[in-house]
Design a binder for this molecule. Structure first.
Ligand code: PLP
Length: 285
């Protein structure tokens, strides 16, 4: 049984208990992060914690741990769980109230919960080993605050479920103007004529840490041209390559959308270059 952390205590995960009046449970009123680690080395720790702090500020949860305190928690959890390939889940909810009432309560301590789960080896830049993702697409029906990494994920879950039920690995999403937003648990990219293009940061998408790292790495260490701009679904249909990115998948090549092949239907050469560059710099952030 893995060891988790709950409100100051390390304990076996199956012994962790929270109140049913916890606002995370009742309202999805909380913020979370997932940080990958390989052999005790964290990927993107600084930006992940920055995003968590920004999310808590946006929903007015007063929880003032600094980076060193979060780092200590991650290191203790990694050590207690064998320092293998681990996803570290961090979660701060507004805490357990004495009643169910929508307004933010006063004088309630936030609940801090963290645990680890095993993840695969880090992805490799090798076409013969990489998985080609098949995705569905659907209109993005989530809320208009998708920049907040809220634990209230039902909208994302329902979108993911559509792709899953159709035998696919993910669901990419578009807004009412037929513009690509992201995927249910990933950011989305297209490649056209060698240019890597991804929707701009706004309230329609999560500011993904893999997205942030990938754009920075491509700009600093490769000659690949990068654009952050609106992407229409027409452009997605005509793209040479489509990628989805997330902390555990890194840069994942998409080979079909709604059963139609992307480009040649094979994993692309720009993907190979991008994932290679990501691999070389994944521990820099
Ligand atoms: N978009 C959504 C909706 C997500 O849930 C996630 C990851 O959980 C991402 C994008 C990718 O973010 P990151 O690269 O920080 O893992």
């Amino acid at each position: 049984m893995s060891i988790c952390y709950l409100n100051g205590e390390y304990l076996p995960l199956d012994q962790a208990r929270i109140s049913p009046l916890d606002r995370g449970f009742l309202f999805g009123d909380g913020i979370y992060e997932v940080i990958p680690s390989y052999g005790g080395k964290l990927v993107g720790f600084g930006p992940h914690i920055d995003r968590m702090q920004e999310g808590m500020a946006l929903i007015e949860i007063g929880f003032d741990w600094d980076h060193a305190q979060w780092k200590d928690l991650c290191q203790q959890l990694m050590a207690k769980n064998g320092n293998g390939n681990l996803g570290i889940y961090l979660h701060v909810s507004r805490g357990a109230d004495t009643k169910r009432y929508h307004a933010y309560p006063e004088g309630v301590e936030p609940t801090l919960f963290a645990f680890t789960f095993e993840i695969a080896q880090p992805p490799v830049a090798d076409k013969s080993k990489a998985k080609g993702y098949k995705v569905s697409s659907t209109e993005d029906l989530r809320w208009r605050r998708c920049h907040i990494k809220s634990t209230a994920l039902l909208g994302n879950v329902m979108h993911f479920q559509k792709g899953y039920a159709e035998g696919n690995n993910e669901t990419i999403l578009y807004n009412a103007n037929n513009e690509l937003t992201e995927a249910s648990a990933c950011n989305a990219f297209i490649v056209k004529n060698g240019v890597v293009i991804t929707p701009p940061l706004d309230t329609q998408i999560l500011p993904g840490i893999t997205r942030l790292m990938l754009l920075d790495i491509l700009r600093k260490y490769t000659d690949i041209k990068v654009e952050e701009r609106v992407v229409t679904m027409k452009e997605v249909a005509a793209a040479d390559e489509v990628w989805i990115t997330s902390s555990s998948k890194e840069v994942a090549p998409v080979i079909s959308v709604d059963g139609k092949a992307v480009g040649t239907g094979q994993i692309g050469d720009v993907w190979l270059k991008a994932q290679k560059a990501f691999e070389a710099h994944r521990y820099d952030y």
